[in-house]
Design a protein around this ligand. Structure first.
Ligand code: HSE
Length: 412
């Protein structure tokens, strides 16, 4: 029997317990022996529940018990998750976590300790919830040079954007709906401002390149500026708007960013709607692969944690070489990246045609009935060039008392 401890008995932690209970026979068969939860660390007592006798409030009980081989960290946040996980690894225990903040901030150090102690630090659930994405990167795609990872990595914002797209709802109404359904937190900042996606694309980029990525260097824009009017244009253009995290590896450069992206109907992420996540990974030999499923939620996320427990249980005496080194990967400035750009401008197109064509050349133009504005989609441009052109357009428009209303990057 392999003895496990769970730190944090919230939504994911209790989900891990449930998966271990419900699938115990199949898990025992896969591992070759049973898996038993010996301790659950939580501030609460859970009196009268089936786990009451397993609850401990003192972390040292877990850390000092030599019988505990695997520790699950589902507390979230950095304090005390970071010192607790570090102490467990230093004590020679394997760790499985769902905590993207922990992996993005301290992954390099924790992976190094795991290697030194010949244990494993695993984090499949930290990105894409239940979707297998970390394991494909270090196992199935081992023969590939990864060229691009672009993902819808946040279920809450994808739910909000889908409501705006399919139902013509406003951002405010869709956010309230997401909160009522329990997807969005009362303070939704981490999701809607893109911080959650930023940590996830940092982890994926580090996994794909084998080098440390500082998530604070990744340019991050949220989706609070996207409006229902943008979606009317998107619809007219046969496109949609998604909040994505993206990394493109070009030569020795990596362009990584988080922002709303306009994608057309043929894009593999176009059909990823509601709370689902989808991750596109391009390899130099395999081409495009897609990973799709529940990016959040109790049992899907717990399932990914349990997969790590099983992996660790099958490698109790060895470190599986995964992750990245402490060699830092610089993020290339966005000014060199090449995209198309969707731009909305106030006023009538017929009065602005010459101005737009002079600055941007031939662009795809859309005018919607009943609006005193128009939009255009540029050809592919280096971001620095686009910004220069946009500045020229803004100066011209200011003179005419009109202005640029919106700019969204569009897929190439
Ligand atoms: N808030 C996150 C989301 C939870 O909505 O995707 C999963 O990381």
């Amino acid at each position: 029997m392999i003895k496990v401890a769970i730190m944090g008995y919230g939504t994911i932690g209790s989900g891990v317990y449930e998966v271990l209970e419900r699938n115990q026979e199949i898990l025992a068969e896969t591992v070759g022996q049973g898996i038993e939860v010996k301790y659950i660390l939580d501030l609460r007592d859970f009196e009268g529940s089936s786990v009451e006798k397993k609850i401990v409030h003192d972390f040292s009980v877990i850390c000092q018990d030599g019988e505990i081989k695997i520790v699950v960290e589902t507390m979230g946040g950095l304090d005390p998750a970071y010192p607790f996980v570090k102490a467990c690894l230093e004590a020679g225990k394997h760790v499985a976590t769902s905590n993207k903040a922990l992996v993005a901030a301290y992954g390099t150090e924790l992976l190094a300790i795991a290697r030194e102690k010949k244990v494993n630090f695993m984090f499949e659930a930290s990105v894409g919830g239940g979707i297998p994405i970390i394991r494909p990167l270090y196992r199935c795609l081992m023969g590939e040079k990864i060229e691009e990872i672009t993902g819808i990595l946040n279920g809450t914002t994808n739910f909000i954007l889908t409501k705006m797209d399919k139902e013509g709802a406003s951002f405010e109404w869709s956010l309230k709906e997401a909160q009522a359904l329990g997807y969005a937190e009362r303070n939704p900042e981490a999701d809607v401002e893109g911080h959650d996606t930023c940590r996830k694309i940092a982890i994926l980029t580090a996994m794909a390149t084998g080098r440390e990525v500082d998530y604070e260097e990744i340019p991050t824009e949220g989706m609070t500026g996207i409006t229902d009017t943008d979606f009317r244009y998107a619809d007219a253009l046969g496109t949609s708007i998604k909040l994505v995290g993206s990394s493109r590896m070009e030569g020795n450069k990596v362009y990584a960013w988080v922002a709303p992206l306009m994608i057309d109907k043929n894009h593999p992420l176009y059909a990823v709607n509601d709370v689902y996540n989808g991750i596109l990974v391009k390899g130099n030999m395999i081409g495009t692969t897609m990973y799709y499923g529940s990016g959040a939620g109790k049992l899907p996320t717990a399932s990914a944690v349990v997969a790590d427990i099983v992996e660790e249980a099958k490698h109790l005496d060895s470190n599986i070489p995964i992750g990245w080194s402490s060699q830092k990967l610089p993020i290339a400035p966005m000014s060199d990246a090449v995209y198309r750009y969707f731009v909305r401008v106030s006023g009538k197109y017929e009065d602005r045609r010459d101005m737009v064509e002079a600055v941007f050349g031939k662009a795809k133009v859309v005018e919607l009935e009943g609006l005193d504005e128009f939009a255009f989609l540029t050809a592919e441009l280096k971001e620095s060039r686009f910004q220069e052109n946009l500045d020229i357009l803004k100066v011209e428009l200011t003179a005419e008392y009109e202005k640029v209303l919106q700019v969204i990057r569009a897929d190439r």
